[in-house]
Every structure is written in structure tokens, then in C-alpha cells.
Ligand binder design. Structure first.
Ligand code: FES
Length: 322
């Protein structure tokens, strides 16, 4: 997998506990292009691997800008960036990947952002605005001091509605914004889990392909797309590997990825939570129980690939291209 060597060219505060980090190609030169909603998978000098959305204009080829919120219960990524990352530091990154793309066929776009979840949406807003697309943003934050891009977003007038918990005395009621959706509108949501869950529930009667989510932490509850009455988690099943010729049993308490690793089959991985697509594997035969957060409804239906770090089998045997 190709990796990029990036130099930190700027680090600055965007809001309370939110930093913007500007990255440029080490040694200069154009960067790989990206589309709004894309993210980078970055290897931090402290060994942590994290995914950060690109917030800048998709036409810029000389820099990537990511927004990093300080996580209250972080696992070392945001703390490191807030405390130790300085201009001139070198980072290794994946090329931009996009699991949260704008649907350019949509008649209009409703963005629902919570906290640092505004970062991918900022890039999407920039494109919609540049191309004259019909868009609206509802942006919730604990207070105005923590709202990243507050001044920029205020400049868009009525297209942006802010919700600040401290002023409203309560959290955003997502149902209100999704109650009456015009035909052809697509919804995009990124933010804390309670907000994502509320939007998912409020949009449950809308076509699944018109509602888009960006997860950076796996939800604690049922994965999205798995109905409450989905087939129960199966126990043991077998994977047959077409290229390596192995036939392996996957116990109920281990992932396919773990079993492959234990048997010497190398599979690239990063998040191990179904969030990044790094472990995506071609399915040759068998029925998959998808538990990831990146495949679209169509991709799930076709089931040509699966994320072996989290997804499992509904059939007794899965045949994989490994
Ligand atoms: S390792 Fe990230 S989706 Fe599997």
C-alpha cells in the first residue's frame, strides 16, 4: 500500500480544544487529489494510527488540512497532537480515502454535524457552495467557543443553523430537521454517537442510500445497518482461502482477521473496527454478515467484499480470496 511522507507546515487553534493541522508533501510538490468527505490514515510519531478528515477545499493540491479535537477519553492520538505535534514534524499517511462521499446526483444536501464531526462536512460544504448546489447545515456543539469554523460558517447566513447546548439547555433534536425532507435530498451526518443514532432513527423510513454516516469510533451498540432482528451472531464457521489453500475454523470469540494472522496469512489492517477498509477482502462464495461501517447498502447487497476484522459468516463456509 502506498504511503505519503508529509510535513506539518502549520498547527493552529481553530476553536476551544480544536486544532487545525496543515500538511504538505515532504520536499514539496503536488499531493494526491481528494474528494470532500475523504480522510487520511496517519501514523503518529507516538505509534498511534488515526483517521482524520480533510477539511480544506478539494481543489487545493499543495496541502491537506485536518481538524483534530481533543478527545476526553482519547486513546493517545488527539492528546499527542494537542500536546506535542509541532510545525516541521514528519508524518506518514495513507493517500486520501473516502467512505463518506457527496452524492453528486442528489437534488439537495442536508448536513448534520456534531462537534469535531464538522471537519469532513466542512469540505463538503465548500464544494456545494463552489458549485452552487442546494445545501443546508445543522451544526451542534456544546457552546460557540468549541464550534470549529464558526466564523466561516456564519458567513453562509441562513444555510447554517447552529445549536449550542449551553444556550438551548438541551442537545439537538435531530428529528425536527429530518421530519420533512424534500424529494431527492441526501443527509450526511458525522458527530458523537448519540447524534448519529438520533439521525439514524429519524431517517429510518428514508431510502438507506440517501443517508450517509461517517464513523471514526465504532458504536458500542449494534452496528449500523444491522437491524435489531438480524440473524443472531453465529458461532463457529469455516473460512477457505483460495490463494493460500488453507481451510480454517473461526471460533465465535475470534475475528476472521485474528484467525488468518494466527495462521500466517498476512492481511493489511489498521483500525480493526470496521471503519477504514484496509482489510477489505474479496468474497468468492458464502454469505456474509457485514458488521463494518464503511460499505454502502449496495455494496452490502452485492457482498463482493467484506471487512475481515469485524464481519462474519451467515453460511457455514466462506470462501475468500486470500
Ligand atoms: S482494519 Fe479497518 S476495516 Fe478492517
Amino acid at each position: 500500500m502506498s504511503r505519503l511522507s508529509l510535513e506539518v507546515s502549520d498547527v493552529r487553534a481553530e476553536a476551544l480544544d480544536v486544532l487545525l493541522v496543515e500538511l504538505r508533501r515532504a520536499g514539496g510538490g503536488a499531493l494526491e487529489p481528494f474528494t470532500p468527505g475523504a480522510h487520511l490514515e496517519i501514523e503518529l510519531p507516538n505509534g498511534a494510527i488515526r483517521h482524520y478528515s480533510l477539511t480544506n477545499d478539494w481543489r487545493e493540491r499543495d496541502r491537506y488540512v485536518i481538524g483534530v479535537g481533543r478527545a476526553a477519553n482519547g486513546r493517545g492520538g488527539s492528546d499527542f497532537i494537542h500536546q506535542s505535534l509541532r510545525r516541521g514534524a514528519m508524518l506518514i499517511s495513507s493517500p486520501p480515502r473516502n467512505n463518506f462521499a457527496l452524492d453528486l446526483e442528489a437534488a439537495s444536501h442536508l448536513f448534520v454535524a456534531g462537534g469535531i464531526g464538522v471537519t469532513p462536512i466542512m469540505s463538503m460544504v465548500r464544494r456545494c457552495e463552489a458549485e452552487g448546489r442546494d445545501w443546508r447545515l445543522v451544526y451542534a456543539a456544546r457552546n460557540a467557543q468549541r464550534a470549529a469554523f464558526y466564523e466561516t460558517l456564519r458567513g453562509f447566513g441562513d444555510k447554517v443553523r447552529f445549536h449550542f447546548d449551553d444556550q438551548a439547555g438541551t442537545v439537538l433534536d435531530a428529528r425536527r430537521w429530518l421530519a420533512e425532507r424534500p424529494d431527492g435530498q441526501h443527509v450526511y451526518c458525522c458527530g458523537p454517537q448519540p447524534l448519529m443514532r438520533a439521525v439514524r432513527e429519524a431517517a429510518s423510513h428514508h431510502p438507506a442510500q440517501s443517508v450517509h454516516f461517517e464513523y471514526f469510533v465504532a458504536p458500542a451498540a449494534e452496528p449500523p445497518g444491522e437491524a435489531a432482528d438480524a440473524v443472531p451472531r453465529p458461532g463457529e464457521f469455516r473460512v477457505e482461502l483460495r490463494r493460500s489453500g488453507l481451510s480454517l475454523v473461526v471460533p465465535a470469540d475470534r475475528s476472521i482477521l485474528e484467525v488468518l494472522e494466527a495462521n500466517g496469512v498476512k492481511v493489511p489492517f489498521s483500525c480493526r473496527e470496521g471503519l477504514c477498509r484496509t482489510c477489505e477482502t474479496t468474497v468468492c462464495a458464502g454469505e456474509v454478515e457485514h458488521r463494518d461501517y464503511v460499505l454502502s447498502t449496495e455494496e452490502r447487497a452485492k457482498s463482493k467484499t467484506m471487512m475481515v476484522c469485524v464481519s462474519r459468516a451467515r453460511s457455514p463456509v466462506l470462501v475468500l480470496d486470500r
